[in-house]
Design a protein around this ligand. Structure first.
Ligand SMILES: [Zn+2]
Length: 213
């Protein structure tokens, strides 16, 4: 199923969940958003939510990294001609070179891994938010998993609920947990083999029982 279909179903179930918690516009709007985003999360284990769009964004990322690398080298040259040689120039040259090397070899999945580490770092900066750090760890783990494995199982759903529960406590948004679970679960249900458009099913009980439903 396409990402846009998953998102649409997630928005619908998120809206319903939000309405159950508090039938006011603010709660329902947040719940709809959380449901829609959560319905995209299980497919972080693919090579991208929508592979075509991601290919472009990969090129843009490579280009940005090379631009940053080039910017660092320009700054080094400027520094050299204004202040002469300092040992820090070597460090900056190394960083600039690293940007070029990483931009050449990075794959879609390793970009996701890097994103996960950035989210974890954000969690540390944001007053040690356990929820944000856990979200980063989810992204890192998903970036190494084969498609439709643990993110598409009860373990994935429980881990995601655990993250939401932490975020709900951190941010005091009481609709986060229920709308997020609804969105995530809707993805797994929509990916099941009972629907004729799915050639593969969902391993709900992986790794205990690898039957596809
Ligand atoms: Zn999926």
């Amino acid at each position: 199923m396409k990402g846009s279909s998953h998102a649409a179903i997630g928005v619908a179930v998120g809206t319903i969940a939000g309405y159950q918690v508090h039938p006011d516009l603010y709660t329902v709007a947040i719940a709809a958003l959380v449901g829609g985003v959560s319905a995209l999360v299980p497919d972080l284990d693919t090579n991208g939510l929508a592979s075509n769009r991601i290919t472009i964004s990969k090129k843009v990322t490579q280009w940005l990294m090379q631009l940053v690398g080039a910017g660092i080298f320009v700054a080094i040259v400027y520094q050299y001609f204004t202040k002469g040689f300092t040992p820090s120039i070597l460090i900056y040259a190394g960083i600039g070179l690293l940007f070029f090397i990483v931009s050449r070899f990075i794959t879609q999945r390793r970009m996701l891994t890097l994103t996960g580490f950035m989210v974890m770092w954000l969690g540390i900066v944001m007053h040690q938010s356990i929820g944000v750090m856990l979200a980063g760890s989810y992204i890192i783990i998903a970036s190494f998993l084969p498609h439709r494995s643990y993110t598409h199982s009860l373990i994935g759903l429980v881990f995601y609920a655990f993250i939401l529960n932490q975020l709900q406590q951190d941010w005091q948004i009481d609709v986060l947990l229920i709308a997020g679970i609804a969105g995530y679960a809707s993805h797994l249900i929509a990916d099941m083999k009972v629907f004729p458009m799915n050639r593969r099913g969902v391993k709900w009980f992986a790794p205990l029982w690898n039957k596809e439903w």
